[in-house]
Design a protein around this ligand. Structure first.
Ligand code: PSU
Ligand code: MN
Length: 303
C-alpha cells in the first residue's frame, strides 16, 4: 500500500529544523464556505501565515492520500470538486482504501498535523455539542479527538449553532486545557461573547507557548484550546444573530438533517439568510485565528 500520509517537502524541512509551521484545515474550504470565495479565503490564509514568517500547511485528502501541505492545484481541486467529502478521523482509513478526496475536519486535521510533528493549528470555529444532544447524541468528534492530541488549537470558540454550555461541560470532562485570548468571556464564533465564561485568559502568544510548554513538561497528551473572539466591531449584530439562528435550527429540523451534514447545512442557511453578512464574519473570525496561530507557532519554536 502507498503511504497514506504525504508531508510536503517544505513542511517536513521546517518541522525538522524546528522552524514554525501552522496547520490549517480544509473542511472550511470544502464544506464551510461558498465557491469561489472558499479558495480565495484558503489562499489568503496561507499568505497571512507566510507574512508572519511561518510555514502554512493546509491539510486535506487527495485521492486517498492525506496531504500535509497541499499545493495550490490541490487546494483548487478540493475547493471545486463536487465529489469531495467531509472527513473526520474515523473516515481516514476508508478514504485511503477507496482513494477518495476529502476536506478534513478539526478532528482529522489535528490528528494529521500531530503525526507530521506540527504543534499549532488554526480553524474558524471548533465543533462541539449540538442542541438537542440529550436526544440525538450529536457531539462533534472534534472534542474527544482534541482531548488526546497534544497540539495548540486556535478557534473563535464553538459555533453558536451549538449548545455552548453543554460543550464547555464536555470539555471539562474530556480534559483539554481551555483559555480565552485576552478575555474570560467564551466567544461564540459569530459573536465575540457567547454569554458563558472560561476560568482563565492569556494575553500574548508567548503566554500560550508557556502553557503548551507546561503541558508538555507535565507529560499531558491533551490539546490547549485557545478561544480567540472575533473583534466586536466585526461580529454579527446580536438581534440578527438570534433571529437567524432560531430560523436556521427550525429549518434543519424540518429538513431532517443530521450527522455530519448538520454543521454545513446551518452555516449555509445562515449565510444565505443574512445576505452574506455571516460569511464576512466567518472570514474575519478565520483571519484573526490564522494570524494568532502563526504568532503562537513562532513563539513556540523559540522555546
Ligand atoms: N470552522 C469554520 N467553518 C467550518 C468548520 C470550522 O469556520 O466549516 C468545520 C470544522 O472542520 C469542524 C467542523 O471540525 O466544521 C465541525 O463539524 P461536525 O460538527 O460535523 O464535527
Ligand atoms: Mn456532528
Amino acid at each position: 500500500m502507498t503511504d497514506p500520509i504525504r508531508i510536503a517537502t517544505h513542511v517536513l524541512d521546517a518541522v525538522s529544523a524546528g522552524r514554525p509551521v501552522l496547520a490549517l484545515e480544509s473542511t472550511i474550504l470544502t464544506h464551510g464556505l461558498p465557491r469561489p470565495r472558499n479558495l480565495d479565503v484558503a489562499r489568503e490564509a496561507e499568505e497571512r501565515v507566510r507574512d508572519e514568517g511561518v510555514v502554512p500547511a493546509t491539510i486535506g485528502i487527495v485521492d486517498g492520500v492525506a496531504v500535509v501541505g497541499l499545493d495550490d492545484d490541490e487546494l483548487e481541486r478540493l475547493a471545486f470538486d463536487d465529489g469531495v467529502v467531509k472527513a473526520s478521523v474515523r473516515d481516514l482509513p476508508i478514504l485511503a482504501a477507496k482513494r477518495m478526496s476529502a476536506g478534513t475536519t478539526v478532528a482529522a486535521t489535528a490528528y494529521l498535523a500531530h503525526r507530521a510533528g506540527i504543534r499549532v493549528f488554526s480553524t474558524g470555529g471548533l465543533g462541539g455539542v449540538h442542541r438537542g444532544a440529550s436526544e440525538t447524541f450529536d457531539e462533534s468528534a472534534d472534542l474527544p479527538s482534541l482531548a488526546t492530541l497534544p497540539i495548540v488549537l486556535v478557534s473563535a470558540g464553538v459555533k453558536s449553532i451549538l449548545d455552548i454550555p453543554l460543550t464547555l461541560e464536555r470539555m471539562e470532562t474530556l480534559g483539554p486545557t481551555v483559555v480565552g485570548y485576552g478575555t474570560t468571556d467564551y466567544p461564540g464564533f459569530y459573536i465575540a461573547d457567547s454569554g458563558f465564561d472560561v476560568e482563565y485568559s492569556v494575553d500574548t502568544p508567548e503566554e500560550v507557548a508557556a502553557v503548551a510548554a507546561g503541558r508538555d513538561a507535565l507529560g499531558l497528551q491533551s490539546a490547549v484550546l485557545v478561544a480567540n473572539p472575533v473583534p466586536p466591531e466585526d461580529q454579527l449584530p446580536a438581534a440578527l444573530h438570534t433571529a437567524i439562528l432560531d430560523q436556521a435550527l427550525a429549518a434543519a429540523d424540518t429538513a431532517g438533517v443530521s450527522g455530519h451534514d448538520i454543521t454545513p447545512f446551518l452555516l449555509d442557511y445562515i449565510q444565505r439568510e443574512t445576505g452574506g453578512r455571516s460569511l464576512e464574519v466567518n472570514v474575519a473570525v478565520y483571519r484573526g485565528n490564522v494570524t494568532l496561530g502563526a504568532r503562537i507557532a513562532a513563539a513556540l519554536s523559540g522555546r
